[in-house]
Design a protein around this ligand. Structure first.
Ligand code: CA
Length: 422
């Protein structure tokens, strides 16, 4: 049976609303007590320790012994799509309800099947480079209206290429990492000169993170099929944004310090293969892109996304956005094709941000800038306070899943709490 078969069952009980059924098997890096971080896959409320399974001889990776006994999945990703697929199939087989190899080996299960809530989850990949795109037409239009006015909302290049910028890998952090309020140059429209201080308009951006598992040499170029084969998987990504720093600095060269202070990702990398059943075509692209950017495949995913905000000092989170990644105008494959198209080298462990995922409806807006419409329509909090932007102590959580028939392929969550500027 194919590892995506909806009829598959594991000997580990998995609730139908769990993000991690046997049809998912996302990769992460974990540690328990004072042991070294190593690679595992999530299954229900548990994590399967792949380093332990491999050491036991149940997972054969040829000469690559110990490849999961490492603090990132980069070395495994470098082995390529055929190995990704065969390894996932083998893990799936080991977890099946009718396979006694692991199911009936009590000693090994005690060592290798670990309760997820007892583990520390780490950044799953060593991030080689981070590039962030701007691929939702609704988001780009909304921001354009607020920053430049209605007549200049969408720049003339936007419909012809996935617009992006090179971000910073150094501050990509895993879910749960506290996010210190950034400092920077601020110049509100009413001020004559800029000042330096804590950001006053701190925001989030709901994005999909694309994890690249195959390198491409400097001077090369990728076809649609090659770009797709290079994508190992996906995470949820929060591209924290300091709107006041951003607005003052971004003309003419784009975001710099307004974005690079923090980017949070979810701890589990959902493989491209696990998302296969949920492929859909994105919105029609008109005008047609140039030939190198044209795609034939259904490269978007029907992935439900939601954002909850737990205000500082409050006990009940407020759902502030529900949207879907299928709405994205430019696909991840097009973004990667475009990034490599000038001859830029692509590395194993590169991370691409999709850009904020907003939709045409008000509840589908993927940033506070849009939700509060630049502060003019603040969110009402349960304690009666209002939020146009994030305050110290606010906690933001994103979740996402693809809904199958009786199961979901989910991403877990990416959470971050704001701490005061120091
Ligand atoms: Ca962004």
């Amino acid at each position: 049976m194919h590892p995506n078969d909806p009829a598959l069952r594991s000997f580990i009980d998995v609730d139908p609303t769990s993000d991690f059924p046997i049809q998912n098997l996302p990769y992460g890096v974990f540690s328990i007590a004072d042991t070294s971080p190593r690679v595992g896959v999530a299954i229900g409320d548990f994590v399967l320790d792949l380093a332990a399974i491999e050491a036991e001889g149940l997972l054969d990776l040829g000469s690559n012994k110990g490849i999961f006994a490492q603090p990132s999945i980069n070395a495994f990703m470098a082995l390529g799509p055929k190995v990704w697929s065969s390894t996932r199939a083998r893990i799936s087989a080991l977890l099946r309800h009718d396979n006694p190899a692991l199911r009936d080996n009590d000693a090994l299960r005690a060592r290798a099947v670990l309760p997820r809530k007892e583990l520390a989850l780490h950044l799953p990949l060593a991030v080689a480079g981070f590039a962030d795109f701007y691929s939702s037409k609704e988001h780009a239009t909304n921001v354009g209206i607020m920053f430049r006015g209605k007549d200049n909302a969408l720049q003339p290049n936007w419909l012809h290429m996935p617009i992006g910028y090179n971000g910073r890998a150094s501050t990509v952090v895993v879910s749960g990492t506290k996010v210190p309020r950034p400092r920077g140059q601020l110049k509100p429209p009413t001020a004559e000169v800029p000042s330096f201080g804590p950001c006053k308009r701190l925001d989030f951006e709901l994005e999909l993170g694309v994890v690249i598992g195959q390198a491409s040499p400097m001077g090369g170029m990728l076809t649609e099929a090659q770009a797709e084969e290079s994508i190992f998987g996906f995470t949820l990504l929060n591209d924290w944004s300091a709107r006041d720093i951003q607005q003052w600095e971004y003309v003419p060269l784009g975001p710099f310090l307004g974005k690079s202070f923090a980017t949070s990702i979810s701890p589990w990398i959902v493989t491209r293969e696990a998302l296969e059943p949920f492929r859909v075509h994105g919105p029609a692209q008109e005008p047609a892109p140039l030939p190198y950017l044209q795609q034939r495949g259904a490269n978007n995913y029907d992935l439900h996304l939601e954002v909850n905000l737990l205000g500082a000092g409050t006990s009940r989170p407020v759902r502030i956005s529900t949207t879907n990644s299928k709405l994205m105008y430019w696909s991840s494959v097009q973004q990667l094709v475009h990034q490599a198209s000038n001859g830029c080298a692509i590395d194993v462990g590169d991370l691409l941000g999709s850009g904020t995922i907003s939709g045409p409806e008000k509840h589908q807006r993927g940033s506070l800038l849009e939700i509060s419409w630049n502060g003019s329509e603040p969110v009402e909090m349960p304690d009666g306070s209002k939020r146009s932007f994030l305050e110290d102590g606010d906690a933001l959580t994103m979740r996402g899943w693809c809904q199958g028939d009786g199961y979901r392929v989910g991403f877990g969550e990416v959470e971050g709490t704001i701490t005061p500027a120091v």
